[in-house]
Design a protein around this ligand. Structure first.
Ligand SMILES: *Cc1c(COP(=O)(O)O)cnc(C)c1O
Length: 369
């Protein structure tokens, strides 16, 4: 018998389950030939806004672009500072620098890796225009505290919701907790297409209109360009695929929750730190991240047992070569730096079977024996 293997994600089995629906929808796009801003884009925008309980959704080319557009829609650019966590995927910060603004990084909380509100309060200056909390791994950032800071200083909140489709905070959906949010539909996200895709979600008609024009060369009518925009449209074929997948998202998130509970039971009592769920949050488990001071050995051990894991993310933003220019030395964000050496993302996807989770837990237990 072949030994069991557990991939980190498994996009194939989801495709096989949806294949007929996806092929029919893609075929319909191909037959009609409306490839750019075809009907499916508007249909998906409406459906995803509905899913989030937001007034507007504007489909764009990537999650990175969605964050950039949300910042630009609020006039954020050169001379402005935007506060973001040091422990995020680089795209959060790339959006800030692409807009011409200056990223001001802050440390995270050890408990759940979200942006530390006390650090945010200390980082506010006269140039600060926006906060960019990240709902990291699918659990909401501390929005009450961050909103209070934003209110006190007249700041905009742009949520990075790229890992949090369907997550909630005090019963309200991630992506509707600030002025606007950016979602990503990168294939491995909780809602992923078969290429790149993203969306700006907002209740503001003004932000939505800006994003809608900007993504399409800044035009309000064909060949009438109000702003020097860009080409960042959500592809129609990708929108068609997202329409096939969206009705299943809630059930997939539920399946991820069951996997998280299974891990929690299976790993209980072992000498590693398990993810902490705050009572005001319903996370959607984009990633299941544990912590161990023997992370690299554990990662290698699991690899030998056929289990693929990840590290999200091994190098905090301030230690990336790309941001050496910010002049932030090692030691500046001690929590982010410490956890970067200890975090380990175990396999997590809706189709992950109970037997596979048992196999992972047994291998982890074996490592610590
Ligand atoms: C995936 C991701 C992004 C970027 O999304 P893309 O669609 O890949 O551009 C931004 N922020 C976070 C936290 C992400 O996980």
């Amino acid at each position: 018998m072949k030994p069991m293997t557990v991939p980190f994600v498994d996009l194939q089995s989801q495709y096989l389950a949806l294949r007929e629906d996806i092929l029919a929808r893609a075929d319909s796009v191909f037959r009609r030939g409306a490839f750019i801003l075809g009907d499916e884009v508007a249909e998906f925008e409406k459906a995803f806004a509905g899913f989030c309980g937001a007034k507007h959704c504007v489909g764009v080319a990537t999650g990175c672009d969605a964050l950039f557009l949300a910042l630009r829609a609020r006039g954020i650019g050169p001379g402005h500072e935007v506060i973001a966590p040091a422990n995020t995927f680089i795209a959060t910060v790339l959006a800030i620098t692409a807009a011409g603004a200056t990223p001001v990084l802050v440390d995270c909380l050890e408990e759940d890796f979200t942006m530390d509100p006390a650090a945010v309060a200390r980082a506010v200056t006269g140039k600060t225009r926006a906060l960019m909390p990240v709902h990291l791994y699918g659990q909401a950032a501390r929005m009450d505290e961050l909103s209070a800071i934003a209110r006190a200083h007249g700041l905009v909140i742009i949520e990075d919701a790229a890992q949090a489709h369907g997550g909630t905070y005090r019963g309200r959906p991630c992506g509707t907790l600030g002025d606007a949010s950016g979602f990503s539909f990168y294939p491995a996200k909780n809602l992923g297409c078969y290429g790149d895709g993203g969306a700006v979600v907002t209740d503001s008609a003004e932000i939505a209109e800006f994003a809608r024009n900007y993504r399409n060369y800044g035009q309000s009518r064909k060949y009438h360009h109000d702003v020097a925009g860009w080409n960042s449209r959500l592809d129609t074929v990708q929108a068609a695929i997202l329409l096939a997948k969206l009705p299943r998202l809630a059930a997939w998130n539920e399946a991820r929750r069951r996997c998280a509970l299974h891990y929690e039971a299976g790993l209980a009592g072992l000498p590693l730190l398990l993810p902490r769920v705050r009572p005001e949050c319903v996370p959607v488990w984009h990633l299941y991240v544990v912590r161990s001071t023997r992370r690299d050995e554990l990662l290698a051990h699991l690899g030998r047992r056929g289990i693929s894991c990840g590290i999200h993310y091994p190098v905090p933003v301030h230690l990336q070569k790309a941001y050496a220019g910010l002049g932030l030395a090692r030691g500046g964000f001690p929590v982010a730096e410490k956890v970067a050496g200890e975090i380990l993302s175990l396999p997590m996807y809706p189709e992950l079977a109970a037997g596979q989770i048992d196999h992972v837990c047994a291998a982890v237990a074996e490592f610590f024996r």
